[in-house]
Design a protein around this ligand. Structure first.
Ligand SMILES: [Zn+2]
Length: 266
C-alpha cells in the first residue's frame, strides 16, 4: 500500500525526541510521501530543511491564520525566497480561524489575501485552514479561483485541509478546482458531515492527511498523531465508500501527486 500524508507538522517540537523513528515508522506503514506544512516563517524554514534531508518529505511555506499578525513585508519576502526551493510544492497553511481568533480577524483576512495573491503569481496550489469561517473562506476562494480558471493552476487550486464544512460547501469548492483533505476526525464517533461528504465526493478529489501531531485517528485519539497512522484515515474512507483500502490509498496518492505536481520516489 502506498499512502501520501498530505498535511503533517513533523518540524514541531513534539517530534524533537524521535523524528527519525517517526519517519521510519511511516515508511514501514507504507507512507511514500509526507507534505510538511509551515505555519509561520520559522516552521516554514524548518519544513524546507526537512524536505532537503529526507526524500519522502515535501514542504509548504506560509503563515497560519493564528500567526497572521506576524506577517509583514519582510516575512513575505523571505517566504518568497523559501518558495524557490525545489521541494516546496504549495503555499500554506493559510486561511481563517474564527474559532480561536488568535490574530485579529482583519489581520487574518489581509494575510490570507496577500498569500493567495502570492500563490497565484508563483502558480503553486494553496493549503487552506478554515475553522468556523466557512462562509467567508468560500467567498474569498470563489473570487480567487474564478480568476485562475484558465491559469496553470486551473483544476488544481489547492486543498481544504481537515475539511469541516458540509456537503454543499465541499461540492462548491470541488467545482472551483479544490481537493478535500480528510483526517482523523472522520474516524471519530461524533463526525458530523464527514461520512456524507466522503461518500458523495468522487475519490479523485480526496486527499488523506494526519495534521500530526494533532487529531490522531481512532483508536489513538487524544495522543500524539504521526504519519504512520494515515492508513487509518484511508480505511475509514474505504469503509464509507465500500471500496478496498488499497484502491483508496492508490487514488489519494495519485491525487496528491497531481495536485502538488510531484512524483513520489519509492
Ligand atoms: Zn496543520
Amino acid at each position: 500500500m502506498k499512502l501520501f500524508d498530505s498535511h503533517a507538522h513533523l518540524d514541531f517540537p513534539q517530534f524533537d525526541a524521535d523524528r527519525e523513528a517517526v519517519i521510519e515508522r511511516a515508511r514501514a506503514a507504507g507512507v511514500v510521501g509526507v507534505l510538511n506544512v509551515g505555519t509561520d516563517l520559522v516552521s516554514s524554514r524548518r519544513a524546507v530543511a526537512l524536505a532537503a534531508q529526507r526524500h519522502m518529505v515535501y514542504a509548504a511555506v506560509g503563515v497560519h491564520p493564528h500567526d497572521a499578525k506576524k506577517l509583514d513585508g519582510a516575512t513575505l519576502a523571505e517566504l518568497r525566497n523559501l518558495a524557490q526551493e525545489p521541494k516546496v510544492v504549495a503555499v500554506g497553511e493559510i486561511g481563517l480561524d474564527f474559532y480561536r481568533d488568535l490574530s485579529p480577524r482583519d489581520q487574518q483576512r489581509r494575510a490570507f489575501q496577500a498569500q493567495l495573491a502570492w500563490a497565484a503569481r508563483l502558480s503553486k496550489p494553496v493549503i487552506i485552514h478554515d475553522r468556523e469561517a466557512h462562509e467567508e473562506v468560500l467567498g474569498i476562494l470563489t473570487d480567487w479561483g474564478q480568476d485562475l480558471k484558465r491559469s496553470p493552476l486551473g483544476g488544481r487550486l489547492g486543498v481544504l485541509h481537515t475539511f469541516s464544512g458540509d456537503l454543499a460547501m465541499a461540492e462548491r469548492v470541488v467545482d472551483l478546482g479544490f481537493y478535500i483533505g480528510i483526517s482523523g476526525p472522520a474516524t471519530y464517533q461524533n463526525a458530523r458531515h464527514l461520512p456524507e461528504v466522503v461518500r458523495a465526493l468522487p475519490l479523485d478529489r480526496l486527499l488523506v492527511e494526519t495534521d500530526c501531531p494533532y487529531l490522531a485517528p481512532h483508536p489513538h485519539r487524544g495522543r500524539r498523531n504521526e504519519p504512520a497512522y494515515v492508513g487509518l484515515v484511508a480505511e475509514r474512507i474505504a469503509a464509507c465508500k465500500g471500496l478496498p483500502v488499497g484502491e483508496v490509498a492508490e487514488a489519494t496518492t495519485a491525487n496528491a501527486q497531481r495536485l502538488f505536481g510531484l512524483t513520489v520516489v519509492d
